[in-house]
Design a protein around this ligand. Structure first.
Ligand code: ADP
Length: 252
């Protein structure tokens, strides 16, 4: 079966520094694929290249059979790749519902500014967006918080709102940057539960994650980076028992 995502010999150089070095990987369909590695190993840079935030220095990236390296961020998003950010990109003085609706502006014909102007108007697009937002709120278990301002929410719910925003555009592939970071154990369990439900609905997940409990519990495939290069790949059992991975993490 054709992979969902394929990186072919991808390299990223920042002047003298090679942040990602000749990285090839394939993400199979129906997969939760985690990218792990010590700090500075090139994970965020890799995700930034996949989502079009950074151009590749060398190599190619494919989404299905479409080459996406070289395409701008909005085109890649429209192909069905959603993303959440480590540092939440929410409007804290606005409600959960409004944040979800703004997150979906990419799939409407209207631009963000116009959308904000029209937010309380009677546009047809707005009705569709509200319907979609209500669906997503149910999916993430936040229907009762729809009118709460984001700044009044616990951090776990803010992260859930960020997830909801990414789900608004019905991505086929969702890229999550450290979804469990900053969450307490019960928030983490709740988040993982929602992620698994999201996956069961047919969304492939590609995640950067530091929390090894989360990685080992939910991943179907794990790719390990160290100093920008792939040092191991496999299922959780294989990765946990890989000597090079253990050395990389222990800093041997
Ligand atoms: P990780 O996400 O695994 O912590 P990063 O992808 O953030 O790693 O960083 C990989 C390497 O690239 C690091 O050495 C980092 O300092 C460097 N780097 C990342 N972004 C830039 C940039 N915009 N300019 C220069 N160096 C960068």
């Amino acid at each position: 079966m054709e992979p969902v995502l394929k990186l072919e010999h991808v390299t990223k150089r920042f002047s003298g520094l090679v942040a990602v070095n000749d990285l090839s990987l394939e993400m199979p369909k129906n997969c939760i694929h985690s990218l792990i590695g010590p700090n500075g190993s090139g994970k965020t840079t890799t995700v930034n290249m996949i989502t079009g935030v950074l151009p590749v220095s060398d190599g190619k990236i494919f989404y299905g059979d479409t080459q996406i390296s070289g395409k701008p961020v909005f085109q890649i998003a429209r192909l069905g790749i959603g993303r959440t950010f480590q540092n939440l990109k929410l409007f804290s003085s606005m409600s959960v519902l409004e944040n979800l609706m703004i997150g979906a502006h990419q799939m409407t014909r209207i631009g963000l500014i116009q959308f904000l102007v029209d937010l309380r108007g009677e546009k047809r697009e707005e009705k569709l967006l509200i319907e979609r937002a209500e669906e997503v709120l149910e999916e993430i278990g936040m229907a009762d918080l729809r009118h709460e301002k984001v700044k009044n929410l616990a951090y776990g719910k803010q992260k859930m709102t960020e997830l909801g925003r990414a789900l608004m555009m019905k991505p086929d592939l969702l890229i999550l940057d450290e979804p469990a970071a900053g969450l307490n154990p019960s928030e983490r369990r709740e988040f993982v539960d929602i992620l698994l439900k999201t996956h069961e609905k047919g969304i492939d997940l590609f995640l950067i994650e530091h929390n090894m409990d989360v990685v080992m519990n939910i991943s179907t495939k794990i790719t390990v980076l160290n100093f920008g290069a792939k040092i191991a790949e496999g299922n959780p059992y294989e990765i946990q028992n890989n000597d090079e991975v253990i050395r990389a993490y222990l800093g041997d």
